[in-house]
Design a protein around this ligand. Structure first.
Ligand code: GLN
Length: 480
């Protein structure tokens, strides 16, 4: 074996475990040692867990007895974003207000992973409550991009993306409310995915925007992403927004895809010239392989970002109301009950949650709800229709995942709108609830460093298989 165990993909490691070329303990130790060595520099993990001997032994036994029948994730060490609850472990959402908050129960996603025999290497860093595109909004320091330590890894699941890219884990979970798995995956050179809304239970996930949030997957290949997704998907009686089986018909997955490209959108959103060239070259290669590029128009999509930054703060302000110094986390005590609330929230929340609570409560206030929240919410149906109409002509819609490669620390953190513009391509899939994936399409050179960039595909509701196929098609032309 030429690769170190921690450098394997999930599929490669699963095969090596079953072929007895590798033990679960060796795989765990390899990841753990690299994570301990590299984390002081990267800050991808907020906490690295000690080995759970019982879980490691149980996974080994299962592979030994069940072989190919054992779940693919059995014995595989994964990173878990610190807003996904693991019973008995801290779940801080990278906020001071939850710094010492221990999860009282497993999220459904974690329960399913435990059932599959997966192992958890630690809690990965994020922008506070998932608000941000760089991890600079973490209360516990930013994560660094493994490709260039002076640059951000993207966000909010930047810790998960950096951990996978630097081979501290084989795969990781994040959450994606407006792009938080796809954008950091693009900046770190890995694959990142957001499933159809309702495909995965949100039970036990620290809520940001409840109508937008989905647990997302980060991995080294589209095939790994499919495994990470399949293991935790499905209806959950504990989350009434999960989709019943069969809600969406299984899509036809052609070997050669019709790829819709809204060129007007790519032009209008100020995409970095070199990134644009990589995007165009990747499309040409796909065409050469027999896929068809179809010009499409998505005129309303230019309003998606503005809508998102009304809908998301509105929902976030409601979700964050529960952190009042009474029920969870930081509890400051003043002279009166109001002082208790004010002091706990003032000290506990960082700048970005405060900003979004202010915007959110404003757009929901009785004088403004019609002008802002209801208008923004109404655009969601328009966007859904616009994409569904486009899907009559194409199987997937493609654009770059982010307008530029990873930026430098401090470049956008003082300018909230500049930071929000990072999400210009990713938020639409959350507003429409459609599945979307980011796959590495190449790199651009900035200041002597090769920075990875991603291609983004959106697929119709329930057609995750089409998104995976599109990502694989890019992987195929890149390895050809
Ligand atoms: N960057 C987006 C935001 O700040 C995405 C957040 C997310 O997906 N959690 O809202």
């Amino acid at each position: 074996m030429t690769k170190a165990p921690n450098e394997l993909t999930i599929v490669e490691a699963a095969r090596a475990l079953r072929a007895r070329e590798l033990s679960v303990r060796e795989l765990w130790d390899a990841c753990h040692a690299v994570a301990v060595a590299k984390n002081p520099e990267l800050n991808a993990f907020l906490e690295i867990f000690d080995a759970d001997d019982a879980a490691i032994e149980a996974a080994q036994k299962r592979i030994d007895t069940e072989g190919e029948k054992a779940p693919v994730l059995c014995g595989i060490p994964l990173g878990i974003k610190d807003n996904i609850m693991i019973e008995g472990k801290i779940a801080s959402a990278a906020s001071k207000i939850l710094e010492n908050h221990k999860a009282a129960y497993d999220s459904t996603a974690i329960a399913k992973l435990k059932e599959a025999g997966a192992l958890f290497l630690g809690r990965t860093n994020l922008d506070e409550f998932g608000m941000g595109a760089s991890t600079e909004h973490s209360a516990f320091g930013p994560t660094k991009n493994p490709h260039d330590l002076s640059r951000v890894p993207g966000g909010s699941s930047g810790g998960s993306a950096a951990a996978v890219a630097a081979h501290l884990v084989l795969g990781a979970y994040g959450t994606d409310t407006g792009g938080s798995c796809r954008q950091p995956a693009a900046h770190c050179g890995i694959v990142g995915f957001k499933p159809t809304y309702g495909a995965i239970s949100r039970h036990g996930i620290i809520a940001l925007g409840s109508s937008l949030d989905q647990v997302g997957e980060l991995g080294k290949s589209a095939e790994d992403i499919r495994i990470l997704f399949e293991t935790i998907r499905g209806h959950d009686p504990l989350d009434s927004t999960t989709n019943p089986e069969g809600l969406y018909p299984a899509p036809q997955v052609p070997a050669k895809l019709r790829i819709g490209v809204p060129r007007h959108l790519v032009e209008q959103e100020g995409v970095d010239a070199e990134l644009r060239a990589v995007f165009d070259a990747a499309l040409k290669k796909l065409e050469k392989e027999g896929h068809t590029i179809v010009d499409i128009e998505l005129p309303m999509s230019s309003y998606a970002l503005a809508s998102y930054y009304i809908v998301l703060p509105a929902e976030a302000s409601a979700n964050l109301a529960r952190y009042d110094g009474m029920r969870y986390g930081l509890a400051k005590r003043g002279q009166t009950l109001l002082d208790d609330y004010l002091e706990s929230r003032t000290e506990g929340f960082g700048e970005e949650p405060k900003r979004r609570i202010l915007i959110g409560t404003f757009v929901l206030s009785s004088g403004y709800i019609d002008a802002y929240y209801r208008k923004a919410d109404a655009t969601r149906a328009v966007l859904r229709k616009e994409f569904n109409d486009a899907f009559a002509k194409c199987d997937v819609v493609a654009f770059p995942t982010a307008p530029a490669p990873a930026f430098k620390f401090g470049e956008k953190s003082g300018d909230p709108v500049a930071m929000y513009l990072e999400d210009v391509f990713t938020v639409t899939a959350n507003l429409t609830g459609m599945p979307a994936i980011s796959v590495p399409m190449g790199s651009v050179e900035k200041e002597g460093k090769q920075l990875p960039v991603g291609m983004h595909f959106t697929a119709p509701h329930g057609a995750e298989a089409l998104a995976f196929r599109a990502a694989e098609a890019v992987e195929e032309v890149r390895s050809a």
